[in-house]
Design a binder for this molecule. Structure first.
Ligand SMILES: C[S@@+](CC[C@H](N)C(=O)[O-])C[C@H]1O[C@@H](n2cnc3c(N)ncnc32)[C@H](O)[C@@H]1O
Length: 259
């Protein structure tokens, strides 16, 4: 299930938060929430944020940029934080494979983390709910090779929002490692050099104190060879682009930052 609605947090006690979201109630021990915050949403989609039409494909150009930037590196460390149900990590893997072919090998495995235990379990299962736009984005991007990457199941007509289920094939699941992980804590484990940090579309859910700590770690734990990628939502409050520029990062492509 993908959640697209944010509720107000009812309360927080002893670091565990009960979050009610429409028709399901679940608990999370994400430490970055505090009482009164708008809770996070797991909303995601395939090939989110960049155009992937046939004639103007920004996902291709992003992968080509990575290839050029890391041309001399033997291994590139690819991290996807706040990965939700896995749509983003799968999009990255497909984009790497379709754009770079055999040259994509050094970018794998993608290490994908989310702080929400429930959604990580879903990502690990390899089963992703998809809507019509997801299906058309994947089909367009791969020139019709949707079934190279997924077993596709059409649900019955009651599932209007997400009428399809996609089950990742080995070509994806062999190359993506999903784990529960908090962004701030996991930044202590990233490789300093030749790393790509996808951290898209969740910065507005983080507290100012948490963000300050994240920024400090990005500054200390990455060197000039590494890259940080944010989402459009992250340019609202806080304006993460501005925060990264203040740290000395340059925006080398829309939402893509390098020291
Ligand atoms: C709105 S979704 C975005 C998913 C995906 N990155 C995208 O752009 O489509 C945000 C995800 O980030 C996760 N998240 C939020 N704060 C996090 C944190 N501090 N550490 C790890 N995951 C976090 C949430 O659980 C949620 O699944």
């Amino acid at each position: 299930m993908k959640l697209s609605i944010c509720n107000q947090l009812p309360f927080q006690s002893t670091g565990r938060t009960i979050v009610k979201n429409n028709n399901r109630t679940y608990e999370t021990d994400l430490g970055y929430l505090s009482a009164g915050d708008v809770i996070f949403s797991n909303y995601t989609s395939f090939f989110r944020g960049y155009d992937c039409s046939l004639f103007f494909n920004q996902w291709n150009s992003l992968m080509n940029l990575f290839y050029e930037k890391f041309k001399d590196a033997k291994k590139v460390n690819f991290y996807d934080f706040g990965c939700s149900d896995g749509s983003e990590a799968c999009s990255i893997a497909i984009a790497l494979k379709e754009t770079l072919g055999d040259r994509s090998e050094k970018f794998f495995p993608i290490k994908a983390f989310d702080g929400d235990e429930y959604i990580v379990e879903q990502a690990k299962s390899g089963i992703i709910d998809a809507d019509k736009r997801d299906i058309s984005n994947i089909t367009n991007f791969t020139f019709g090779k949707l079934e190279k990457y997924f077993n596709v199941n059409k649900k019955d007509d009651n599932f209007e929002d997400y009428p399809y289920t996609l089950k990742s094939k080995d070509i994806l699941s062999d190359n993506i490692q999903f784990a529960k992980g908090d962004f701030l804590s996991e930044l202590d484990n990233v490789e300093k050099s030749n790393s790509i940090i996808f951290c898209r579309n969740f910065w507005p859910y983080l507290s100012p104190e948490y963000i300050d700590k994240v920024l400090l770690k990005l500054e200390e734990n990455l060197d000039q060879s590494s890259i940080v990628v944010i989402g459009n939502f992250d340019r609202t409050t806080p304006n993460t682009a501005e925060c990264l520029r203040n740290l000395g990062f340059r925006e080398i492509k829309h939402n893509v930052f390098s020291k």
